[in-house]
Design a protein around this ligand. Structure first.
Ligand code: SAM
Length: 301
């Protein structure tokens, strides 16, 4: 049924309700959670529509020629690796691209032979499943809270936060101007302007934003995009400015992993406390548990 006929049907139904029961029915419609399953579905559909819009604006590998260092770092991986954006291309989509010959999961180890090995895949965005895990199972109710996504890229964390949480304001900070323009396009088209703001900036210039945030998300922000000295400087900046007691920090990978190869001395135990997460919330077999296990939550002390 189309929107107009559905609306008419609902209005017609309401006219048949006993007048004495109408206030109770309207109150139930205003406050019930019984509609959640429909609105959740609609949110998923909206995110899938956004992914389609972005796919139409970006090359298959979802990397821009302006990302020199990231492109170079992917080429330097020990095994042949390709960038496949997990928000734009889910497993089913990748399968269909492989069937069409537009993508491959394997590379040829000896040219011309049938000896093949799996290609390494890297994603620079959270998948839909990871976003839902973060907003439904990692973070608490965000009513009245300010969230900052450090390195917002395609804006997935911001759109997910708009649709799956009640966060008051969602800020994205992104170094790459081309990605900022793409985010602005989506925010305008889907009318997210009341709660989402994107700043084209280096996070190391955004001290007060970090100091006032209630939730900070950091998905593999620096490793592929900055050299080691810059990564160390950026982490120093984060650890100096993310200090609001009780605020939450979500990272991929863990802070220990992110900092382990850098010349840096950040003491974690006086700064943060890790909050254990339940990674078993989705019983379905096809869930990428390894990806979920990379997500860590910390409380600022
Ligand atoms: C792996 S992506 C994260 C994407 C997004 N947050 C998500 O989870 O889907 C990291 C992004 O951080 C950006 N970035 C790297 N260093 C930055 C910095 N110092 N300030 C702002 N953005 C930065 C990169 O340009 C890249 O787009």
């Amino acid at each position: 049924m189309e929107f107009r006929s559905a609306r008419q049907a609902i209005m017609q139904l309401l006219r048949t309700v006993a007048p004495a029961d109408l206030p109770a029915l309207l109150e139930w419609m205003r406050t019930t959670r019984d509609f959640d399953e429909f609105t959740q579905d609609n949110n998923d559909i909206m995110l899938k529509n956004i992914a389609e819009d972005l796919r139409n604006c970006l090359p298959l590998e979802t990397m821009l020629s302006s990302e020199h260092l990231a492109l170079q770092k992917i080429q330097q991986q020990p095994e042949p690796t390709v960038h496949v954006d997990a928000f734009l291309y889910d497993e089913d989509f990748i399968d269909s691209l492989c069937e069409e010959g537009k993508m491959s999961r394997n590379y040829c180890m000896v040219c011309g032979s049938h000896q093949t090995a799996p290609l390494g895949f890297i994603s620079h965005s959270f998948s839909l499943m990871e976003l839902k895990f973060i907003y439904h199972h990692v973070l608490p109710d965000l009513s009245g809270k300010v969230l900052v996504d450090v390195g917002s890229r395609l804006g997935t964390v911001l759109y997910g936060g708009y649709l799956y949480s009640s966060a008051l304001q969602l800020y994205g900070v992104e170094l790459n101007g081309d990605f900022c323009q793409l985010q602005e396009m989506v925010i305008k088209k889907y009318q997210f302007t009341d709660r989402i703001k994107v700043l084209h900036a280096d996070i190391c210039t955004q001290g007060s934003l970090l100091q006032n945030a209630d939730v900070i998300i950091m998905n593999n922000v620096f490793e592929y995009f900055l050299d080691e000295a810059e990564q160390a400087r950026a982490w120093e900046y984060i650890s100096h400015n993310v200090r609001k007691q009780g605020s939450l920090l979500v990272t991929v990978p863990s802070l220990e992993d992110s900092l382990s190869n850098l010349q840096i001395n950040i003491q974690l135990s006086p700064w943060v406390e890790e909050v254990p997460l339940n990674y078993d919330v989705y019983p379905e077999k096809h869930i990428d548990r390894e990806a979920l296990e990379q997500i860590h939550l910390y409380k600022i002390l």
